[in-house]
Design a protein around this ligand. Structure first.
Ligand SMILES: *Cc1c(COP(=O)(O)O)cnc(C)c1O
Length: 378
């Protein structure tokens, strides 16, 4: 039998375990050690952002953002319905009310034309998710946010090394959250990062990340003792995580090159399927592709189920994901009842194909052929 082709396989670039050993030998493996500092410096310089802070996950970075915005119970936050639970959950933890927005017809990103009518006097923030690493329409979101005094928090979990009109994703909102979960492009097992683009949030972010203490100022010699100055939690990762991440960062160009080549191969191989009405990723002129994800949009839920079954029989393991959050068991009774048809459409019809560094040409060819066979049969 042919070897199974998993959906994802975490890729080690080489020096991960060596750097972990170095971190251990340095004598300090708690947070903000030598590798964490290297990672911070890299992202601040590479993305040209005010401050980058590693966190234990993107979920934690989003939770930090919600604390930084000082959300009060009843404040409203606009979030796409078609996203991972952490995007709204971080704000729900602060007592905020989530106002779900629909996706666009072209791709699962938030439909900016639907936003104006969702804004009320209680709206505090918009949280665009750059789905598959493809930018949302940030100028339109920025114009709305500025005219209504709202903050933008980018959920850039999937958006490392991707751009909007030449600007790195994660550098546009007041705050942005990235993920280094093993299913993302650049990984650390579990890990994340909060990016701060507004200087006024920087000092408080350090405090929130360090259990509500001014420990970071203390280590820089700015205060002579540290104490409890605000709310916070333990959001900083061990330097062992940062050591792993540093190995990935060093090989980011190679990883990205490979992922984009696989993506392009899929895109060309499946372009003919659009004649049948099967959807492929759409990258607007203002956006780039970062090779995070390749997906197809089937014509119906039945077709997607049949395609997934067919591929599984051939030892290929695609996945579907995101069940519209406005219909989730937790939120449906709190949702205002508006229909969000595009979120539901992607919920039913989108399927993600295997995409990982070691998806070598002969393996990828098996996936491509199996998908074509499926559509020739049906
Ligand atoms: C992966 C992901 C998250 C969560 O990231 P973690 O690091 O696992 O917390 C949040 N939002 C989106 C859009 C994601 O893809």
């Amino acid at each position: 039998m042919l070897p199974a082709i998993p959906f994802n396989r975490p890729y080690l670039s080489g020096p991960e375990t060596q750097y972990i050993e170095e971190a251990v030998r340095s004598g300090k493996i708690s947070g903000d050690g030598i590798f964490t500092k290297r990672c911070h410096q890299f992202f601040e310089q590479h993305m040209g952002v005010h401050k980058a802070l590693l966190t234990t996950s993107c979920t934690d970075a989003l939770e930090m953002a919600a604390i930084l915005l000082d959300l009060q119970p009843g404040d409203e936050v606009i979030v796409p319905s078609y996203t991972f639970v952490s995007t709204p959950n971080a704000f729900v933890l602060r007592g905020a009310k989530i106002v779900f927005a629909d996706s666009t017809k072209e791709n699962p990103n938030i439909d900016v034309t639907s936003l104006e009518e969702l804004i009320t006097p209680r709206t505090r923030a918009i949280v665009p998710v750059h789905y598959a690493g493809i930018a949302c329409d940030m100028d339109a979101i920025r114009a709305l946010a500025d005219s209504h005094g709202l903050a933008i928090v980018e959920d850039a979990a999937q958006a490392i090394d991707s751009f909007y009109k030449g600007r790195p994703l994660g550098s546009i909102g007041e705050l942005a959250a990235f993920s280094f979960h093993e299913t993302k492009n650049i990984i650390a097992g579990e890990g994340g990062m909060l990016v701060i683009n507004e200087a006024r949030y920087a000092q408080r972010a350090e405090i929130i990340r360090e259990k509500g203490t001014n420990r970071s100022s203390f280590f820089r010699g700015e205060v002579d003792k540290y104490g409890w100055v605000d709310v916070g939690s333990s959001f900083l990762p061990s330097d062992i995580i940062a050591a792993f991440l540093w190995a990935q960062i060093e090989h980011m160009a190679d990883i990205q090159h490979r992922r984009k080549a696989i993506w392009q191969q899929y895109y060309e191989a499946f372009s003919s399927l659009t004649q049948l009405g099967v959807g492929l990723p759409v990258i607007p002129d203002y956006a780039t592709n970062n090779g995070h994800m390749f997906y197809l949009v089937c014509r119906s839920l039945d077709e997607r189920s049949a395609l997934i079954d067919y591929l599984r029989q051939k030892q290929i393991l695609p996945v579907f994901h995101y069940l519209s959050l406005h219909k989730s068991p937790f939120y449906q009774s709190k949702h205002d009842g508006r229909a969000l048809p595009w979120a539901d459409h992607y919920t039913d019809c989108l399927v993600r194909l295997p995409l990982y560094y070691q998806l070598y040409p002969e393996l990828q060819q098996r996936v491509i052929e199996a998908v074509h066979e499926f559509y020739q049969r049906s």
